[in-house]
Ligand binder design. Structure first.
Ligand SMILES: [Zn+2]
Length: 173
């Protein structure tokens, strides 16, 4: 297992719209890759990690949804070739991203989404989610489409966000 470097804002791979993967092709390398992604996500206290955040152009992400109590283990979702097929509701909430460490901003997200994806066993799944999981699904699918949460910030607040990023970048590796 390995803790991988997380790509940061400004690296071109974060702006790439990633093409669906051929499950059979990646299956042999998948268990190790998922282990590494999970370990990396845990190490940096993230809720989710998309493949382009570790520099790989694969349309997949790992989500580690925290348990109710701090001592509860997270629930893991592996979402391969995910696609949001329904969304409802809207809520403005603070969000952050492992590729923009130190930055938090309010963005609007749907409160209820249905995601179609392939799981780590190659099975097609459909999952309806609310709350933090709904937010994570949207955040990770955005990553795989080359989008970042700051794209969703109120345009009036964008100059402020830009300034904050400029300052934060000096601390990133
Ligand atoms: Zn992110």
């Amino acid at each position: 297992m390995a803790i991988l470097r997380v790509t940061k804002y400004g690296e071109p791979i974060l702006r790439q719209k990633l093409k669906p993967v051929d499950f059979a092709k990646i299956a042999p390398q998948l268990p190790q890759l998922l282990k590494d992604m999970e370990e990396t996500c845990l190490a940096v206290h993230g809720v989710g990690l998309a493949a382009n955040q570790i520099g790989l152009p694969l349309r997949l992400a790992v989500i580690l949804l925290p348990g109710k109590e701090d001592t509860d283990p997270p629930t893991r979702y592996v979402i391969i070739n995910p696609e949001i097929v329904a969304k409802n509701g809207e809520k403005l909430e603070e969000e952050g991203c492992l590729s923009l460490p130190g930055l938090w901003a309010e963005v609007k997200r749907a409160t209820d989404v249905t995601l179609k994806y392939i799981d780590e066993n190659g099975k097609q799944q459909t999952k309806r989610a609310r709350g933090l999981l709904a937010k994570a699904f949207q955040h990770e699918v955005d990553h795989l489409d080359g989008k970042l949460f700051i794209d969703l910030v109120d345009p009036k607040l964008k100059p402020e966000v830009k300034k904050a990023i400029k300052k934060l970048r000096e601390q990133w590796d």
